[in-house]
Design a protein around this ligand. Structure first.
Ligand code: SAH
Length: 222
């Protein structure tokens, strides 16, 4: 099966599962292609993505952006993590039906996972879409990234203030914002509305981060 056919199959499999276990609010197939598949793939072509061999998708839900990326980048290894186990069942079923051998799922909260030796500072790249505000998300994601690696957040276009407000948190966690990319739609299709915030990991994350489960969300770093 070529990649295009696999992406279509992914849509069909996820939409079918979605009738039993809710993993996406998007039920229309065309909207699914645009908002889940094309939006997930908007990171492709970024040097920070192209260079990465190991990618963590934190808060993957029904597998976004992780599954479309795993389909189109068979040379990279993906870990798709989420705090809700039943969503990962759907991800696993989809990965199996598609024969994806480069996808692993981890059930857990970022705050706990990031404390473990197997995951902390082990990834070339962490990505995340629609999980938390930028400061909270940075505390979830940056501890997983190797020094010299990157964290890319999929954010809505109106998130400029939120991104600005997260700069102090990002610095505490060992990162710095490199740029905010607005992916160009390669045809006349309307934009998906996401920008990509590219954060470089320039120093190790201090041991006290992430704080205990729940705290990064309730009391975001400043
Ligand atoms: N990224 C997907 C899902 C977004 S919904 C998409 O864009 O479609 C947000 C997901 O983040 C939920 O599945 C939720 O369980 C997960 N999540 C929220 N906080 C988390 C945390 N601290 N650790 C792990 N997963 C988390």
């Amino acid at each position: 099966m070529d990649k295009q056919a696999q992406l279509q199959k992914l849509r069909d499999v996820i939409l079918e599962w979605n009738e039993k276990i809710n993993v996406t609010a998007i039920r229309d197939p065309e909207e699914f292609d645009r908002k889940n598949v094309q939006d997930s793939l908007s990171i492709c072509g970024l040097p920070e993505y192209e260079q990465a061999r190991t990618v963590l998708d934190l808060g993957t839900g029904g597998g976004f952006p992780g599954l479309p990326l795993a389909i189109t980048s068979p040379g990279k290894q993906f870990v798709l993590a989420d705090a809700v186990g039943k969503k990962l069942k759907v991800v696993q079923a989809a990965a199996q039906e598609l024969g994806l051998v480069n996808v692993e799922t981890v059930h857990g909260r970022a705050e706990d996972m990031a404390k473990t030796k197997v995951h902390r500072e082990r990834y070339d790249l962490a990505v995340s879409r629609a999980v938390a505000n930028m400061a909270t998300l940075s505390e979830y994601c940056l501890p997983f990234v190797k020094v010299g690696g990157f964290f890319v957040a999929y954010k809505t276009e109106d998130a400029a203030e939120e991104i600005e407000a997260a700069k102090g948190a990002i610095a505490k966690l060992g990162g710095r914002i490199l740029r905010v990319e607005k992916p160009s739609s390669n045809n006349d299709e309307p934009s998906n509305g996401h920008v990509l915030v590219v954060v470089e990991k320039i120093a190790k994350t201090p041991k006290e981060y992430p704080r205990k489960a729940g705290t990064p969300g309730k009391d975001p770093l400043k």
